[in-house]
Design a protein. Structure first.
Length: 88
């Protein structure tokens, strides 16, 4: 069974959910709350990868790039923020 479409949908849902949560917060207003939401995002990918083992180097780089883009858009200047919590 090819699980790629399901994993893509699950990955998108993690990102969309993160963006939805962050849309309620003003940029740079509550760094701890923003970091907590980003941590939940990364932990969502941790769980998905634990179950399916699909995150290779290219996917890791793509996911980290998107999380960095989101964090910078929210006023977090730290790079490679996903490295704090990721297990992949």
């Amino acid at each position: 069974t090819n699980q790629t479409p399901d994993l893509l949908l699950a990955s998108r849902e993690i990102i969309v959910s993160t963006l939805r949560e962050l849309s309620d917060i003003e940029k740079s207003s509550d760094k701890n709350k923003i970091l907590k939401i980003l941590q939940e995002c990364v932990e969502g990918f941790n769980r998905l990868n634990q179950k399916h083992g699909f995150i290779d180097t290219a996917k890791r780089e793509d996911i980290c790039f998107e999380i960095d883009r989101i964090s910078k858009a929210m006023g977090i200047q730290e790079s490679n923020i996903a490295d704090k919590w990721r297990e992949w």
